[in-house]
Design a protein. Structure first.
Length: 190
């Protein structure tokens, strides 16, 4: 359990991250199961699990399918609930292409086919967006939750701490894409 966050002098972000779900109880964000022997099996991030139509899928499985596609160097998937809570969520897959590749209609079709076959038809992204880089923390973790919160309409300065980002320009790029799409009056981000 960390004891504090970088550039969080009053501890507000720390408390919000770990103690807001269950006041007074630390919530770490990983799914785990306590076995009959008393040991624990850690399954991974609970907030990185995408539940579409009752089918749960970890983002790692989506990334494995996406990164198996020729020309895809990196990926970040986020599933954003609808604002009204009654309609379907919207899943966006941000991809980085390698070398001289481009995100063409054929590459998108291949990505969708791979995710449908390797994961599930429900986890085929609603939008695939090319970005120059996916945002990561200083330790290399994908910024899935901050990007999701950004796409839910939260201000960029509230959802992420630039000092904790390895490449804040990647986060800024997604923030600008989102702002641009909402200025165009789209009901969904992309």
């Amino acid at each position: 359990m960390p004891v504090r966050f970088w550039n969080d002098p009053d501890g507000e972000r720390y408390r919000d991250s770990y103690f807001s779900a269950y006041p007074g109880v630390w919530r770490h964000g990983d799914w785990l199961r306590i076995t009959e022997r008393g040991s624990a099996i850690v399954y991974g991030r609970s907030d990185a699990t995408i539940n579409r139509g009752g089918i749960r899928m970890g983002t790692a499985e989506i990334y494995a399918a996406a990164l198996a596609a020729p020309g895809i160097a990196d990926a970040l998937a986020v599933d954003v609930p609808s604002a009204d809570g009654a309609t379907e969520s919207s899943m966006t897959l941000f991809v980085v292409v390698d070398g001289y590749a481009r995100l063409t209609a054929d590459v998108e079709a291949d990505l969708r086919r791979r995710i449908r076959a390797d994961c599930s038809p429900r986890h085929v992204p609603d939008a695939i967006v090319e970005v120059p880089a996916v945002p990561r923390t200083l330790t290399g973790k994908l910024l899935e939750v901050p990007v999701k919160r950004l796409l839910m309409g939260h201000a960029p300065e509230v959802v992420g701490t630039r000092d904790a980002m390895a490449n804040p320009e990647a986060f800024d790029h997604i923030a600008e894409l989102y702002a641009s799409s909402t200025r165009k009056g789209r009901s969904r981000a992309f």
